[in-house]
Design a protein around this ligand. Structure first.
Ligand code: NDP
Length: 343
């Protein structure tokens, strides 16, 4: 069986590709440049089940046409992970909204044009950001679940990259569900979305470790590189899930019948910056005195300090235990320190 993975060189996608290859699927991945394609093939030891194609820009609505024109007859599953995930943008519409929306709509249109009778399952990596309403976060009685959408409009999200990112994930995901509704007689695939909260965890390859990491990993990395006086802000409540659980959810999303038509919300609890430094200080003696201590009592993991993200339905569907906060931070930090010779 052949699986197409868009943005295959991404942090989450590399873990998905790893699982796919381990389970003997044939994988066609996309990345933005030939260089990125060749790097990934090398990183996966020239595995003969992995091939790569260049898709330079998601903003172009026909970006995936050539892929599905050429390979569509063989592709049974599509995992669409590619989407801009960064906050250093100056033009929210151009850099976040349009590539996210056109990328999602574009890949579905390409499937319809060239592989309507072949693709059986499409899994879209959406985000808890498509659900999050920041005005409710402090309300301890509020419960977020997979039936909800964030309140942002195309207009209201233009001046804030974080809100712009959340909006991009909502609009893109909604376009996918609408596309399926409008085209249910002309395509055969079933749709699943994976909606993770903040994703931590190690990278598949040590060779991807840099001084400044991707948005996900930088949240922990900043405490390793900015010295003991770096501020630990306790007002940074967020939710986490391990990247290996996110990758596994993508596998279940196309392998299991009971995921069809579902939004899989992935969350394993709350954390703030203090939780991160508490774990690093407790588990990495080599970093004592080199990273901040903050106020250990300000940690929130395991406490009920705000709105709850209820992913009980997803847990029931997936049926596996999520990796806990200590392990996900330990594994993330261990890799960063090992590569830098600081363990
Ligand atoms: P990465 O940035 O590592 O991966 C994103 C992928 O999308 C990369 O391959 C990137 O290419 C590609 N991409 C981004 N913008 C474009 C564009 N305009 N044209 C073509 N390709 C593009 O991020 P993650 O692995 O963390 O994220 C993967 C998915 O998961 C995204 O959809 C993200 O929204 C979602 N997500 C991530 C969370 C997290 O905490 N990490 C939480 C919830 C959802 P390139 O490498 O060249 O930039």
């Amino acid at each position: 069986m052949t699986v197409f993975v868009s943005g295959a060189n991404g942090f989450i996608a590399q873990h998905i590709v790893k699982l796919l290859l381990e389970q003997n699927y044939k994988v066609i991945g996309s990345a933005r440049t030939q260089d990125k394609c060749e790097t990934l093939i090398r990183q996966f030891d020239n595995n003969r089940n992995l091939s790569m194609v260049v898709v330079p820009d998601l903003s172009k609505v026909d970006a995936f046409d050539s892929v599905f024109k050429q390979y569509g007859k063989n592709i049974t599953v599509v995992l669409h992970t590619a989407s801009p995930f960064r906050f250093n943008v100056t033009d929210v519409e151009k850099e976040l909204l349009i590539p996210a929306c056109n990328g999602t709509l574009g890949i579905l249109e390409s499937i319809k044009k060239y592989a309507a009778d072949k693709v059986e399952r499409v899994v879209i990596t959406s985000s808890f950001g498509s659900i999050l309403d920041p005005s409710k976060m402090a309300d301890k009685s509020f419960v977020f679940d997979e039936t909800m959408w964030n309140p942002f409009t195309w207009e209201s999200c233009q001046n804030d990259p974080v809100i712009g990112y959340c909006a991009s994930k909502k609009f893109a995901e909604q376009k996918a569900w609408e596309f399926l509704e409008e085209n249910k007689d002309s395509v055969k695939f079933k749709l699943v979305t994976v909606n993770p909260v903040h994703v931590f965890g190690p990278h598949v390859f040590d060779s991807d470790i840099r001084d400044t990491m991707n948005c996900s990993t930088e949240v922990a990395n900043q405490f390793l590189k900015n010295g003991p006086n770096f501020e630990v802000n306790p007002n940074t409540r967020n939710q986490f899930i391990d990247v290996r659980d996110v990758a596994e959810a993508h596998m279940y999303a196309f392998q299991k019948e009971n995921t069809s038509g579902k939004r899989l919300v992935l969350c394993c609890g709350d954390f703030n910056q203090q939780d991160i430094v508490n774990v690093i200080n407790a588990d990495f003696p080599s970093m004592k005195g080199k990273i901040p201590v903050g106020k250990p009592e300000n940690a929130i993991f395991g406490k009920h300090t705000g709105a709850i993200v209820d992913c009980s339905k997803t847990k029931e569907i997936l049926g596996y235990e999520f990796i806990d906060f200590k392990k996900t931070i330990d594994d993330t930090v261990e890799q960063l320190l090992k590569v830098r010779g600081q363990l």
